[in-house]
Design a protein around this ligand. Structure first.
Ligand code: WT7
Length: 635
């Protein structure tokens, strides 16, 4: 088990150095020892960032589902692979063993084959967080079909764009979904989307909410009767290392969504290896990631990474607020969750409702707390650490992207000393670089600039579906021979990294480069404030000035907004300096957010600049209604 499970800091440095000095030997050893291959590779790595072209384990043959399921059957057949916790706490949880998962994936794969799905075909999966979502995903991988999971909260328009872009011939969906008290007519959304999708030949429908739905003759079929007659054996399609495994769309700040293409072998090796180490996962532990499988976090760290390690992975259908804001903690207690992985936006929402709900539950099983999705602000970090972790479970602030496939900069718990708001050290095999605007690398510590990666890692996306040129322009053109992340970062005096936000969020005020994250951090320290977003707007003298959108925890208590504004600017002056004071402060009931919880600053920036003409695509917003109220109340 050499180098597979890092246990102390010295070992981290040793293994890290090896992974940088001899990357090919390093990854070859990991790949050899911890996975099953139908044929080994001819070459570990072939790369050229100028094209860009990256190939890992070329010549190897494998099927990822044999690694995630079949190989565990002899030793872990009766272990729970997927632990399904339904939306309604009164509905029983379902334990799906590796043996059962094997049968269900095979049956589903056989149904897909019967529907004419072949290796390389694209399958759109628009299913809520129920076991069939994971099973459908794995069934595609079983037969070599390329899955394109679309988050089942997206609108029909967003769904149609994604189906058409990758030319999916089949859509898997459900009659509906539960979200807290609500149920959602998913099939209706699919029907609407398909009015504009000629490529789709058939729709398979999972029954979840037993609603009366329209079934289009010849196109729509209920899944269950097909599964009932399908064989429980399905030979895995033997794939090449670089065959596409899936497409996952990520919404760029402008333009249409990018279908990131991830391939098979490198993705498997890297997600499995990062899962094992970043969560310090041991057999018989229970791991829970609260993300949706519709995001990369769910692909890599609900499905593939955990299953490749034979882990038990919790799949939660519901929302953090139902039946109340104690639901997460109830689940942690009920299933004795050991590793818990969530997003700062969820942490802030929970913090807003106080810590009292936590005290009702026994959280002593928790060993590792994860965070992902955006910079975790200092206040949320401490709240998470003190109340959830009781100061004894390390927080891993994991920085990565849809494009990177797996975690890139993260502490290894119990190994890397943590530091609030810092993602700390690069993961094994990752070579970050901080660049200045002119394209020079800023060497040494105590530097700040644009975050790039100098060398390929196994799970990087290989292209954008149907648009390699855009892939090259977006990620490989800003800096020579480097992958550009789009994020800003600083490296502190000991070499720890802090992500300062997207570089397009950097605002230049009177010649000073100001990152939005530290300013928002300062503001969020105020006890009355729930969330804030800072954007720039044109200013005659300063070039740009700062506009802050702020939501309060309890508007009633702070009626005197003028005083509050003074307090906010005082906090900023104390923490950053008077240069970062806000010119305008607007209080609002909410901030426009993407469904993965990111604040859509693009929209706020337009409103602050009084340019309401083209707010761009708002179809992926969680709460489109707040946009109008922000416009109506703009300063
Ligand atoms: C962007 C990628 C990776 C899965 C979820 C998001 C931001 C992500 C962190 C973090 C600071 C973070 C970055 C990145 N981000 N994690 N721990 N600290 N920023 O995937 O939707 O592709 O977004 O999210 O800006 O570039 P994504």
């Amino acid at each position: 088990m050499s180098n597979y499970h890092i246990k102390h800091l010295e070992e981290y440095f040793k293994v890290y150095r090896k992974s940088i000095r001899e990357p090919e030997n390093f990854w070859e050893e990991i790949a050899e020892e911890h996975f099953v291959w139908r044929k080994k590779w001819d070459k570990v790595l072939d790369w050229d960032f100028s094209k860009p072209a990256v190939k890992w384990f070329e010549g190897a043959k494998l099927n990822i589902t044999e690694n995630c399921i079949d190989r565990h059957l002899t030793t872990k057949g009766d272990k729970t692979a997927i632990l399904f916790e339904p939306n309604d706490p009164k509905e029983a949880a379902e334990h799906i063993t590796y043996k059962q998962l094997h049968e269900r994936v095979n049956q589903f794969a056989n149904v897909l084959k019967d529907q004419g799905v072949k290796k390389g075909d694209r399958v759109c999966i628009y299913v809520p967080m129920i076991p069939e979502l994971a099973i459908a995903t794995l069934a595609c991988a079983r037969i070599g079909a390329i899955h394109s999971v679309v988050f089942a909260g997206f609108s029909s328009k967003a769904l149609a764009t994604r189906i058409n872009d990758s030319d999916c011939k089949i859509v898997i969906t459900s009659d509906g979904s539960y979200r807290g008290k609500k149920s959602i007519d998913l099939k209706g959304i699919v029907d609407e989307a398909l009015e504009n999708c000629d490529c789709v030949e058939s729709v398979l429908v999972v029954k979840r909410i037993n609603s009366e739905i329209y079934m289009k003759e010849g196109r729509d079929k209920w899944l269950q009767p097909l599964l009932d007659t399908a064989s429980k054996e399905c030979k895995a399609e033997i794939m090449d290392a670089e065959d596409p495994l899936f497409i996952l769309y990520t919404s760029g700040s402008t333009g249409k969504p990018k279908g990131m293409v991830h391939t098979t072998a490198g993705y498997m090796v890297y997600t499995a290896y990062t899962f094992k180490n970043a969560f310090q996962y041991r057999d018989n532990q229970v791991y829970w990631c609260t993300a949706d499988i519709g995001w990369i976090t769910g692909h890599s760290y609900i499905v593939y990474g955990p299953l490749a390690n034979g882990a038990t992975t919790v799949l939660f259908e519901g929302v953090p607020s139902y039946p109340d804001f104690g639901r997460f903690w109830e689940i942690v207690e009920k299933h004795k969750v050991n590793q818990f992985y969530t997003a700062p936006t969820a942490i802030r929402a929970l913090a807003k409702h106080g810590a009292e709900l936590i005290d009702k539950y026994d959280l002593s099983s928790l060993k590792v707390l994860g965070s992902v999705g955006e910079p975790i602000n200092e206040e949320a970090w401490h709240w998470y650490n003190d109340n959830v972790g009781k100061g004894k479970s390390p927080i891993i602030d994991t920085w990565w992207q849809t494009e990177t496939g797996g975690m890139m900069i993260t502490p290894i718990p119990y190994v890397t000393p943590t530091k609030p708001t810092y993602a700390t050290l690069p993961f094994i095999g990752i070579q970050p670089a901080i660049m200045d605007e002119k394209g020079a690398e800023l060497k040494g510590n105590q530097v700040e600039g644009r975050l790039c990666i100098k060398y390929p890692w196994p799970s990087m996306a290989r292209t954008i579906w149907g648009n390699h040129q855009r892939y090259k322009e977006t990620y490989f053109s800003a800096f020579d021979n480097m992958y550009f992340t789009g994020d800003g970062a600083l490296r502190d005096e000991v070499g720890y990294y802090r992500i300062t936000g997207r570089v397009d969020d950097v605002i230049i005020v009177s010649g000073h480069n100001l990152g939005t994250a530290p300013i928002e951090d300062a503001i969020n320290e105020h006890p009355a404030i729930a969330e804030s977003a800072i954007v720039g707007f044109p200013h005659d003298i300063k070039g740009s000035a700062l506009y802050g959108y702020i939501t309060l925890k309890d508007a009633g208590e702070y009626r005197d907004h003028n005083n509050l504004k003074k307090e906010i600017n005082q906090l900023i002056t104390d923490r950053i300096g008077p240069i970062a004071k806000l010119d305008k402060i607007q209080f609002s009931d909410g901030l426009p957010k993407t469904r993965s919880g990111k604040i859509m600053r693009r929209i706020l920036r337009k409103i602050a600049s009084n340019d309401m003409s083209n707010l761009g695509d708002t179809s992926t917003l969680l709460n489109p209604e707040v946009v109008q109220s922000i416009i109506d109340n703009r300063l």
